[in-house]
Design a protein. Sequence first.
Length: 555
Amino acid sequence: MFSTKTERKLNYENGRMLNDIKLKELPSDFVLRDVQKTMLDMTREAIRKGNRHIVQHLSTAGGKTVWAGYVFYLAFQKDPGCQCWFIVNRNTLLKQTKDELEKFFGFDCGIVQGQQPIELNKHVQIATIQTLHNRLTSDNPVIWREFNNLPVKIACADECHLRFKGYETVRDAWDPLILGLTGTPFTQGMAKFWDDMVRPAKMKELIDNETLSDYRVKVCVAVKRENLSTNSTGEYVDDDVEKEVANIIGDVYQEWADSEDMKGRSFIGFSRNISTCIALAEKFTDHNVPVAYVHSKMSDETVQEILDAFKGGLYIGVFSVAKLIEGFNFPEVSALIMCNPMAPSKHDPNIPNSCNRYVQSFGRGARQHKGKDYCLIHDHTGNFMQYGDYELIEDYFPVLDDGKPKKKTTNPAERKKHVVRECPECHMAMKGGQCKYCGVKTKKPTQFLEAGDLNFIEGEMVEVKRSKKQKNKSQAKDMGWPEKIKFYGQLKQYCIDKKKKPGFAAHCWKSFAGTWPNDRRFKDAPCLPVGENVRHFILKKQIAFAKGKQNETTS
């Protein structure tokens, strides 16, 4: 039960006695973007099919909050006595959402969070999902009655890819139309709650038509991914990440300081844990660069003060772990510093284990702003080199995941679109044979040779013909890149387990495939548990080597 003091703080107003809302006229310059209009039409079609829980997939900065406000506006035109709720997952998003809805539509919004005074007689309510769930399931009969008897018509759930039990609570209590808003509907099992998904435009289209900002990625000094192990959830172990990021903190600052393109850009930096987040920010402040940090152990008030100071120009950058990955809206951000390596998916090494975080982190710099030509990204993780363009990740998820076990495989033609490499001249991530930033022409990655690939000896030139046995030597001929990366990752793990030098893995691959592993994807291949096939291959190689030594001795 709540105490009498707490009940006085909550100060409930009976929402069932709502007066008809008096709508203000929309601003004369208010107009939905084409993509927002398309999303509205697609949502209406989904409703006509009988769906009540619909995901709206629109990229970061696509205008989801304003779109939701317009849906509320249309609902009030038909039923002035109803209520509409906007549900967020973080306290820091309450004020941001309230400001947007009041700015564009003049709504007088109530806030439902923690111990804030609650006014249920307001037609638009903004709540955190955790608090709303607690109110709807409260054992206090007054609170339970007030919340469970509200005339709620529509509930919009922001960042709906995050699975909360509270969504089911909202459904069971009010049975409203629930519209989920997200830029990354990639979470496993989303289809268990959500009936349908509408996707009015792909991220690539929004970048091409300049709704979203374009971006450039610089390949910087990166963590050594071969030293990172994974835990039971498929993510890199925190201690491993902390150690590797700690080794490059000086490089992170130096790359920023040496970059003329970074000058004057407001940036957000992402780390994997609190200790490295703080250390990165302090490295900048040690050089008198005004940079702050925010993390989950700080109070909401402190975080909000820092973010307000960042928006006001007091800081040029902010480092974060997860606080700013989702929902944070500051269009002036025109640079990102990535120090949060992401492990590959167990099903497909060409995509990260958390596609949501991969795309969401880029989204913090994707908003358009006057004078912003593109978002500059310093990648200290190797993520971009392994997983490729942020906007192409959604191609792997044409529908919501139903939670059933499945083996994801990458179509070679599709994967080809993702392949990027480092320009040897300007070190920007590039595609094709010519860097579009500095103009340097290079050969395809498969044509690159490194020192040691060719050995020159004196002698006569003779024609060398490959025997049939040699032609069939490569056992990797029919393997796709996911299989190659998986095989090589097991070779790397074998070297670690047996305390062998990394060159052993390269020689094993040369013996297996007939070519040296010069492609960068081999270098970035994550270590994987050694399987029977790889163990058997190494054993055969060792037996052959031993027999060769024995023959030399006998001869």
